[in-house]
Design a protein around this ligand. Structure first.
Ligand SMILES: Nc1ncnc2c1ncn2[C@@H]1O[C@H](COP(=O)(O)OP(=O)(O)OP(=O)(O)O)[C@@H](O)[C@H]1O
Ligand SMILES: [Mg+2]
Length: 260
């Protein structure tokens, strides 16, 4: 399996006047491979977005390394950016531009060959079912239409790695399902996708492997079946709650008993 994302001992601290030092990401390591959807889960404030922002070269870690498509985020940020599409949870579309204009703009911004841009944009508009509103100002679009447009603009330059921070948050089940189909389709094309979500049902459905973080630390990673094995629980929701609330103390107790 080809390693596409390699994160080693990643750490990020913030300083906040009120809260003091915050270890948002604490010695985090994981690897994601070509052709897989890796789910990054964790409670609110666990450090998911901070991790994804460092991967997208929008923020520098205090320690640790990130390699994406063979490029180091610190040494070669430009090639990292070319190798990935990043959809942040707070991405807004330019209100005065239409989906067609926005997708074209991102193709240019990410260095997609100019002579092929028009064809690529039209292909995506058709593929994502945007045709009917491709020329409507994005300020007039619904949340779902905006999100589909955002996904199209994230992948327009055809990068091997996609980083999606809560891509289906706020969407109805039909649009969410469409987005799942697109993401699975991209995976089948061999892309590596990092997928963060609070929706345990969709995580069960789309993720090949799952990493759960809490307080900036990675608790464990595995396939759904492996997580079932580790936790003794069946549904992702129960697995998640167990990992976040009990796993650490159970492991600690086991260690103490072993040392007795
Ligand atoms: N710019 C910042 N300055 C100070 N603290 C920050 C900053 N960004 C994030 N944090 C803190 O870092 C921690 C991790 O936040 P982060 O946004 O990565 O969590 P998250 O896992 O994405 O949560 P959510 O599920 O709510 O999106 C939180 O305690 C947050 O308050
Ligand atoms: Mg977040």
């Amino acid at each position: 399996m080809e390693e596409k994302i390699v994160i080693k001992n990643l750490t990020k601290e913030f300083y906040d006047e009120q809260r003091g030092a915050i270890k948002a990401v604490n010695d985090l390591s994981f690897t994601a491979y070509a052709g897989e959807i890796f789910g990054l889960l964790g409670p609110n404030g666990a450090g998911k977005t901070t991790t994804l922002r460092m991967m997208a070269t929008l923020m520098k870690p205090n320690a640790g390394t990130i390699s994406i498509n063979g490029f180091d985020t610190d040494q070669d940020a430009q090639n990292v950016r070319k190798s990935m599409g990043f959809l942040s949870a707070t991405t807004a579309l330019y209100p005065r531009l239409s989906p067609r204009e926005i997708i074209t703009y991102f193709a240019n911004l990410n260095g997609y060959p100019e002579e092929n841009t028009k064809e690529r944009v039209e292909e995506l508009i058709k593929h994502f079912g945007i045709t009917k509103y491709a020329d409507t100002l994005s300020e007039k679009l619904s949340t779902g239409m905006k999100q589909i447009t955002s996904i199209a603009r994230t992948i327009v330059h055809d990068p091997p790695v996609l980083i999606l921070d809560e891509p289906s948050s706020g969407l109805d089940v039909i649009v969410a399902q469409k987005i799942h189909e697109h993401i699975i389709d991209l995976k089948n094309q061999g892309k590596t996708i990092i997928f963060s979500s609070h929706n345990m049902g969709e995580v069960e459905k789309v993720c090949d492997r799952i990493g759960v973080i809490n307080n900036g630390k990675l608790l464990t990673t595995g396939t759904l079946d492996e997580l079932r094995e580790i936790t003794g629980k069946y549904y992702m929701e129960e697995i998640f709650i167990y990992l976040v609330q009990e796993y650490e103390s159970v492991k600690q107790k086991e260690l103490e008993t072993a040392n007795d």
